[in-house]
Design a protein around this ligand. Structure first.
Ligand SMILES: C[S@@+](CC[C@H](N)C(=O)[O-])C[C@H]1O[C@@H](n2cnc3c(N)ncnc32)[C@H](O)[C@@H]1O
Length: 206
């Protein structure tokens, strides 16, 4: 089992990766991730918090009337997201802060969004609890995550390479998003899986 990284270690990894992140992720985006992002964010409305916004890859897909606040641990990832928001002409209120200890009051947001992030959070269950805390009752948490495939041959292959992958990218690619959500005391109302069961699109009503 790969060790868990500290916030400082994760921040350092993404500070180093920020310049190359969009190039490295370009192929999966074109092969279908972009389509999944669009489908996920069609469900966002009102005051939205995006947790672990990264370089802002979701920003083009929010409905025009969403008011967006976004957080991430890495100032350099946020800097790229800020430039993207500017290019899109989208006002976004950015903050550097950890997902596990958000500074926003209870029930502040109508929608909370996070993508490709449960794999990197040092404490994903606590991060999910925080997402639920800052989401109003009846609001939605929308997640697009990758995790361990439900095809056993592929899941085992991910398991064998998980430690090495985590050391390089800080990403635990064999985590199980649905189990993490249940541990956080939340119940998904919809789960869809794509790409050999690796990608999960999950909707939770708080
Ligand atoms: C794999 S990237 C995903 C970025 C973006 N959400 C996307 O869909 O492309 C993971 C991001 O999570 C951020 N991150 C990791 N741990 C975090 C934490 N505990 N709190 C806030 N951000 C975190 C990293 O800095 C990085 O920007």
């Amino acid at each position: 089992m790969a060790r868990t990284f500290t916030h400082q270690e994760i921040r350092e990894k993404y500070e180093r990766m920020a310049r190359w992140y969009d190039i490295g992720e370009g192929i999966p985006e074109v092969l279908g991730l972009r389509r999944l992002r669009r489908a996920l964010l069609a469900g966002a409305s009102g005051d939205v918090l995006e947790v672990a916004v990264g370089t802002g890859k979701n920003l083009p897909f929010y409905p025009a009337d969403c008011r967006i606040t976004a957080v991430d641990l890495s100032p350099s990832m946020i800097e790229t997201a800020r430039r993207r928001a500017k290019r899109l002409g989208r006002p976004v209120d950015f903050h550097v802060q950890p997902a596990e200890a958000l500074t926003f009051p209870d029930g502040r947001f109508d929608t909370v969004v996070s993508s490709m992030s449960l794999c990197t959070f040092p404490d994903p269950v606590q991060a999910l609890r925080e997402m639920a805390r800052v989401c109003r009752k009846g609001g939605r948490i929308l997640l697009l995550e990758h995790g361990r495939s439900d095809r056993e041959w592929l899941g085992r292959w991910q398991d064998r390479r998980a430690d090495r992958h985590a050391e390089t990218l800080g990403c635990h690619w064999n985590r199980r998003p649905v189990e993490l959500i249940e541990k956080a005391g939340l119940t998904p109302v919809r789960i869809r899986r794509f790409f050999l069961g690796i990608f999960h699109m999950i909707e939770i009503v708080v």
